[in-house]
Ligand binder design. Structure first.
Ligand code: SDX
Length: 434
């Protein structure tokens, strides 16, 4: 259902001029005031650093209600998708708007499976990196290089090329991520296998070695698949907005996804899962938690509880609830019962949720708080956590990119500013300067 115009307009009176702006309602959630003609009518811009009150597009893909802790993908609640669907089916849903029929599902799986290999020449890029390079640096570089190999799916105006590029990105990201991991530990790259499902294939590319057969642990595979679902898309977050802005210039989809990878790396965003685990390791034991809670409440310390807080969720992140349950399932299935970091995380969450500072600021655990403990128990190094986030988020990025390209309202993104620099002045020759 498209957005609809409300009957009454919003009015803004400025410098004796009253501008009328249409108000549009979506299917659910806040209305928007269309300010597209505000500058023309009043000579003023709006000002909203961080875009706390700004919608940069209309979208049908994901809906978040931060106050109620609701997350829907094409209308389906995240907890139902995590419990009853699987990652590739959610990929199909995000890309196409509906859950696939059995035939559509089979065809989509086959298409993704047959794109999982990367051009053999790409293996040479890895040798240009130091072994101890952060895997996100490697993945960012390799994804950007994809456009040098797949020219036949870079014409953004061709729907078929957009479809192929989307499938290639979803299919190749796990392969590139696994190659970055193997390169970092000095082991040979493991090729994808067409007889395995998406997540099992990723696990074998990460953890198999040529010297012996590798058996996928079905519990770990199911848990990782669920984690991929939880990270798949999240409305107009920083990295998705980066992909949309890059795409608005007509850049090819591989370059846009590389921009999304770069933005996701930041510790305030996707890098928080790595930072949260490092924080739990630094705290180390339950008795040191009060010291860190005190620091988190002291702005001058510059310390924040990583994995806590969210721009949109002012209630519990619904993904964090599923993540916490998955964490317990994985640790139990792997027989990891005395995981000290889990004890620290559970106690830290309990204390923070009772503390006036966090209650007043509505700071709750977000998806990154428990994911690190789970991923580490699965055998992934901390440095790979944000890469795993990027593997999952690739479908969200490419679905949002595709929607933006197909949106008749979209033009090149070009924000304005409030200029607070020097007033106009004449050039001063060197011999007249102080
Ligand atoms: C992700 O946007 C998305 O959807 C992102 C994401 C996705 O799926 O794409 O959900 C993934 O990025 C999750 C967030 C991961 N980041 C972290 O866990 C890093 C720690 N959290 C933050 O730095 C912070 O909470 C943000 C970045 C997540 C949100 O920042 P905002 O909305 O700009 O909030 P803010 O920085 O203005 O904080 C509001 C107040 C501030 O105090 P006041 O200035 O109002 O007095 O809360 C305080 C902050 O000092 N605060 C924290 C805190 N987070 C916010 N204090 C201590 N610890 C924290 N973690």
């Amino acid at each position: 259902m498209a957005s609809s115009n409300r009957t009454e307009n919003a009015k803004l009176t400025l410098n004796g001029t009253t501008a009328e702006m249409p108000v549009r309602s979506g299917t659910v959630g806040p209305d928007v005031v269309d300010i597209g003609r505000l500058y023309r009518d009043t000579g003023c811009f709006t000002y909203d650093p961080g875009f706390t009150s700004t919608a940069n597009c209309s979208s049908k893909i994901t809906y978040i209600d931060g106050d109620k802790g609701i997350l829907l993908h094409r209308g389906y609640p995240i907890d139902q998708l995590a419990e009853s669907s699987n990652f590739l089916e959610v990929c199909y849903l995000l890309l196409n708007g509906e859950l696939p029929t059995k035939t559509e599902r089979h065809e989509f799986d086959a298409a993704i499976t047959r794109h999982t290999m990367v051009h053999e020449q790409m293996t040479r890029f890895f040798t240009g990196f130091r072994r101890d390079a952060h895997p996100m640096a490697v993945v960012c570089g390799i994804v950007g290089a994809l456009s040098a190999f797949y020219h036949d799916s870079t014409d953004i105006n061709d729907p078929e090329q957009r479809r192929v590029a989307a499938n290639r990105m979803i299919a190749k990201m796990p392969t590139i991520a696994a190659m970055a991991y193997k390169y970092s530990i000095g082991q040979p790259f493991i090729y994808p296998r067409n007889d395995l499902d998406y997540t099992s294939n990723f696990l074998q590319m990460c953890f198999a070695v040529p010297c012996e057969p590798y058996v996928v642990n079905p519990i770990v595979a199911r848990a990782l698949d669920k984690i991929f679902i939880l990270h798949a898309d999240h409305e107009q977050n920083a990295s998705t907005s980066t992909v949309r802005l890059a795409g608005s210039s007509g850049a090819n989809p591989f370059a846009c996804i590389a921009a999304g990878v770069a933005c996701l790396w930041g510790p305030a965003h996707g890098g928080a899962n790595e930072a949260a685990l490092n924080m739990l390791q630094e705290i180390g034991s339950v008795d040191r938690i009060p010291e860190y809670i005190k620091m988190a409440k002291d702005k001058s310390s510059g310390f924040r509880l990583m994995g806590f807080g969210h721009r949109v969720y002012k209630n519990y992140d619904p993904r964090a609830k599923v993540m916490q349950k998955t964490c317990h399932e994985v640790l139990d299935s792997l027989g990891v019962h005395d995981e000290p970091l889990l004890k620290v995380a559970i106690e830290l969450e309990r204390i923070a949720l009772e503390d006036e500072y966090f209650v007043e600021k509505k700071l709750y655990p977000n998806i990154d708080f428990y994911s690190g403990i789970t991923l580490r128990a699965m055998g992934f190094p901390v440095s790979l956590f944000t890469v795993l986030f990027a593997v999952a988020r690739t479908v969200g990025w490419i679905a949002q990119w595709k929607e933006m390209i197909e949106d008749p309202e979209q033009r090149i993104g070009r924000p304005r500013q409030l200029y607070i620099g020097a007033a106009p002045r004449d050039f001063v020759p060197m011999n007249q300067r102080g």
